[in-house]
Design a protein around this ligand. Sequence first.
Ligand code: NCD
Length: 311
Amino acid sequence: MLNQDIISIDQFDRETLEGIFEVSLFLEKEIKGRGSLDLLKGKVMASLFFEPSTRTRFSFESAMEKLGGNLVSATGVNFSSMAKGETLEDTIKTIERYADVIVIRHPEMGSARIAADSSNIPVLNAGDGPGEHPTQALLDFYTIKKEMGKVEGLNIAMIGDLKHGRTIHSLLKLLSHYENINYYLVSPEELKIPSEYLKGIKSYKEIKTLVEVLPDADVLYMTRIQKERFASLKEYEKLKDCFVLNKKMLESAKKDMIIMHPLPRVSEIAVDVDEDPRAKYFGQVENGLYVRMALLALVLGKLKLKEKVVI
Ligand code: NCD
């Protein structure tokens, strides 16, 4: 994967997805054993976040630090000359002179592709508006496979803002490489999944209530209603609390199911769920670190897919 951009989940075949899984697993063990590595010593990651982020930015930055690399980092449009009217293309052409890899989050769909086309160093999409969030899908896949041992044969329920939720968009595309998954897509009519993300998805039901899916779900993937993507605040207010999971409701769920959420949560998971052993969302956060380490090491050519890795 040397010098590859990571813009959309579309660019990965099944073999590559599994290769990334293996490298992530390897790095998780290494980091847990040794604390840090010096695989990316001398390399610099530029992290450009034009939209708010906690997990994605911190995990990329921590991944880089724990692999011995360095950061040039800034957040918000005001940090850069974009506030003076500089184009995204010119900003990227400048930053590539200082860094070896760029991680970018931007409010416009397609912006990561524009950045990648302007750059000679790898660009990793950390979320392009309501478009995609490929590195999140990779860590979600890692979490499901690690927790459940597989993805095929599972009942996967996705709940919330399926229209604007980029983590859902990328995860559905990723899972379309796998057979025999039953999807339960739970959203209000206004926030239904756009049909383009159902390509390659064979078995799915669109459902209106959360309680209906609880007894069957092996994976319950909750999402936030994406306030910032609504044209009208009134419309958001109407839908914001449409699905709320609490401890009591979990009595009807399977004993070995898992609850995931890309976070941040607003009201959709009550805090009393956190103590349930099936709640995996904070473990999911940690997995982001290992998967992003793997991606950085792969695109910077310090590890290779499927190669027996010796550091
Ligand atoms: C998600 C995002 O930014 O799309 N968060 C994340 O990266 N973990 C989900 C969200 O904002 O709801």
